[in-house]
Design a protein around this ligand. Structure first.
Ligand code: BGC
Length: 741
């Protein structure tokens, strides 16, 4: 019996031309993969197929489960659910005959306007890192290569291909890098670089962050893949540590496998399969708003002939090329692509289990911001007016490379009609709010179909007045390649809410958005649910929460605040940047760290108080906290410390709680630290009248900060706040640490 050759054996047998082919994208002959690396038949190396993206598998013209947006997954604060989520994404990828998934998106949510926030997880490094790592582990468990992206500091779409994020070491280490480091530790086979630069160096050329930090310090032994058309050099890029260039062919060739223009793969499915400009040489002609978010597709063949020449000329050592190839082959080998028998985990697209998982995440990620007078849950027999311009359609996601087309989807109206025992009346009130898609904008198709319905706010007000409860659905519109102009809801949706609320006996507002929006009417309505982009199960999931079949288990992974109060709103140097540079001079004060700061840092930002703080979310049940302790963990434990707390559900209904532990560090002269930082969390289901002992693991980072000579723990007393949100501590314990620098 012959042994299967190892990646190292294979590298030794490859010719220079074959090696270069393995580090350079090409056209998928089947026209299905988003990225394709041809194999080497002579040595039984199969091709490698990479596919988008974080909300589900996106093969042009085909369907797959449209899962809720990652920001909804993060809102569950449930790391076990994140693992299941990754496994489901991985099985769908295998089911579609693909080998690598271009997900998860683990960039920190720094700018609330970012058009891709829905593809990311949260504004907090511990939440993002924990959830992202579990998604990675799940994807890899299905014998699929996970590709955490976009490394690193891709916090905005405006000028994403050209801006440099001026961050500095401390904020990079404390805020922006942890989710990538944990994704690597969880076994990611690949990492995708960001288009932007960091501190003046383009990420695809960033030797320090690619070779020294990612591969050196963290021991990453998989491959670094460029974002699509994201490379700018051959020798310098390869020498910096980039391993695979994508997509490797101009847009017009990627349309289908024939190299001929394909007019069919409609924009809805991202028919270009390549995630960028669909017209030959059209880069110069793109509308300004989208051009500002696009890379130049003419730079797509740098790792082909140019790289071969660079190796022949000695500009790139052959050992570097060998390492690039070995990395690709190792990642392939890890998921079983190189073994002689095909013993890879089987997969399938759109299974009953995946449909159910999509529904569960959509329901569990729903955040109940307020619930005055027990407005929710609805009674089965209530007469309900379902109101909103888009109540006939499920909100599947935002625009761009993450667009996924499901086989089935339930709209809000369908969900309510299936669940309600009372009457359901429907009123749109306003013309449909159009989603925006990068693909439509690229195709120059900015047409918004004029909605024949026209506005009828009065009709909605009448329907609200006649019902026991009005449930009003509002939404935003977000896409890759463009940031949201404002955190206000588009069109006249605020007015629709205000007027229906004035007429209705009870008003519940369901907010379907990519990230925070302003809620100017919040004091005039009874209940508010943030339901994000819930995917194909929209109607079922939201009805199950509204009628109390599911407890709203979600907590905010991003602070909701007035638009002008965010750190990136007060200075255009911070967003969208000036002269190609984006200043991160807010440092580690991102998200709630900014809003919590008790100095005048935030004073220039007007009303700097959050409307709803990070971690906030109500349950239909009521929880009490007691008997907390924080102990150093035994040496063999993964955690450094363990928080133990008893949580009692004192309500007469089952509920879901998310126990959050925040650490308040001691004051140290000359060091500006956030008031509190999330250190750990645990989601737990607690039946009516029962209690649970909940353990939250804290790792060393819970106490550490990044100083001039690296990570250190200052001496002093650290308060551990244990409770329901960043601003709702229920019990507190103090941990004494001695300087362990
Ligand atoms: C996006 C990536 C995506 C790639 C392939 C790029 O425009 O930034 O997230 O995976 O296209 O579609």
């Amino acid at each position: 019996m012959t042994e299967t050759p190892t990646p190292a054996d294979l590298v030794a047998d490859l010719t220079l031309t074959e090696k270069v082919r393995l580090v350079h994208g090409a056209v998928d002959p089947e026209g299905r993969a988003t990225g394709y690396v041809p194999g080497v038949e002579r040595l039984n190396i199969p091709p490698l197929r990479l596919v988008d993206g974080p909300l589900g598998v996106r093969v042009p013209g085909e369907s797959a489960t449209a899962f809720p947006a990652p920001v909804a997954l993060a809102a569950t604060f449930d790391s076990a659910l994140a693992r299941e989520h990754g496994a489901a994404l991985g099985r769908e990828t295998r089911g579609a005959g693909q080998d690598a998934l271009l997900a998860p998106g683990v960039n920190l949510i720094r700018v609330p306007h970012n058009g891709r926030n829905f593809e990311y997880l949260s504004e907090d490094p511990v939440l993002s890192a924990t959830m992202g790592a579990r998604v990675v582990a799940g994807i890899q468990s299905a014998d699929v290569i996970a590709t955490p992206k976009h490394y690193v500091a891709n916090s905005q779409e405006t000028h994403r291909a050209s801006v440099s994020a001026e961050i500095g070491e401390r904020a990079l280490r404390e805020c922006y890098l942890p989710s990538f480091r944990d994704a690597v530790e969880a076994g990611a086979g690949s990492v995708m670089t960001a288009y932007n630069g960091v501190d003046g160096v383009r990420m695809s050329d960033h030797r320090e962050l690619l070779t020294e930090v990612l591969k050196g310090e963290w021991g990453f032994d998989g491959f670094v893949v460029s974002d699509w058309y994201g490379t700018e050099g051959a020798a310098a890029t390869a020498n910096a540590g980039l391993d695979v260039e994508m997509p490797g062919a101009p847009p017009e060739e990627l349309h289908d496998g024939t190299g001929e223009e394909n007019d069919e793969g409609g924009a809805e499915n991202g028919g270009d399969g390549g995630g960028t400009d669909g017209s030959d040489g059209g880069f110069d002609d793109l509308p300004e708003e989208i051009a500002r978010g696009m890379p130049d597709p003419r730079t797509c063949e740098r790792f082909a002939e140019a790289l071969a020449d660079a190796v022949r000329d000695g500009d790139v050592p052959e050992s570097r090329l060998d390492d690039m190839v070995a990395r690709v082959l190792r990642a392939m080998d890890d998921v079983g692509l190189l073994s002689e028998e095909d013993d890879r985990a089987a997969g399938a697209v759109d299974t009953p289990a995946h449909r159910e998982h999509a529904r569960e995440v959509a329901a569990r990620g729903t955040v109940l911001l307020k619930n005055d007078g027990g407005a929710l849950p609805l009674d089965d027999g209530d007469d309900v007016a379902v109101i909103g311009p888009n109540v006939d359609e499920a909100v599947l996601g935002g625009g761009g490379s993450s667009e996924t087309t499901p086989v089935v989807a339930t709209a809000p109206v369908e969900g309510f009609e299936a669940r309600a025992a009372g009457d359901v009346t429907v009123a749109h009130g306003l013309p449909r709010v159009e989603g925006v898609s990068m693909f439509d904008l690229l195709a120059g198709d900015e047409e918004t179909d004029e909605d024949a319905r026209g506005p009828d706010v009065d009709g909605a007000v009448d329907a609200a007045g006649d019902a026991d409860a009005a449930v009003v659905f509002v939404r935003d519109a977000a896409t890759e390649a463009m940031d949201r102009e404002s955190l206000r809801l588009p069109g006249r949706q605020d007015e629709l809410v205000e007027r229906t609320a004035a007429a209705a006996a009870r008003t519940v507002v369901v907010v379907n958005t990519s990230a925070p929006v302003e809620l100017p009417w919040r004091d005039t309505v009874d209940a508010v649910l943030v339901n994000w982009y819930p995917g194909q199960a929209h109607g079922d999931a939201v009805a199950s929460v509204c009628y109390g079949d599911a407890d709203p288990g979600g907590r905010l992974p991003v602070t909701f605040a007035p638009e002008g109060a965010y750190p990136t709103a007060v200075d255009e140097r911070r967003f969208p940047g000036v002269d190609g540079a984006v200043s991160h001079d807010e440092g580690v004060f991102v998200g709630y760290r900014w809003f919590d700061a008790d100095d005048d840092r935030a004073a220039g930002a007007g009303d700097a108080e959050p409307t709803y703080p990070f971690g906030h979310g109500r349950s239909y049940a009521t929880f009490e906290y007691r008997d907390a302790s924080v102990e150093a963990a035994p040496a063999a434990d993964d955690a450094e410390y363990r928080v133990t707390v008893t949580v009692a559900n004192v309500a007469d209904r089952d509920g879901r709680e998310v126990v959050q532990a925040y650490v308040r560090p001691p004051a140290v002269d000359g060091v500006d630290r956030p008031v509190r930082e999330l250190a750990g969390f645990e989601a737990v289901a607690i039946p009516a009248g029962e209690e649970r002992t909940v353990e939250v693991a804290l790792d060393e980072r819970a106490f550490a900060r990044y100083g001039e000579s690296g990570w250190r723990v200052d001496s002093g007393e650290y308060a551990v706040e244990i409770g329901r949100s960043s601003r709702d501590a229920r019990v507190e314990r103090v941990v004494e640490r001695r300087d362990e620098a």
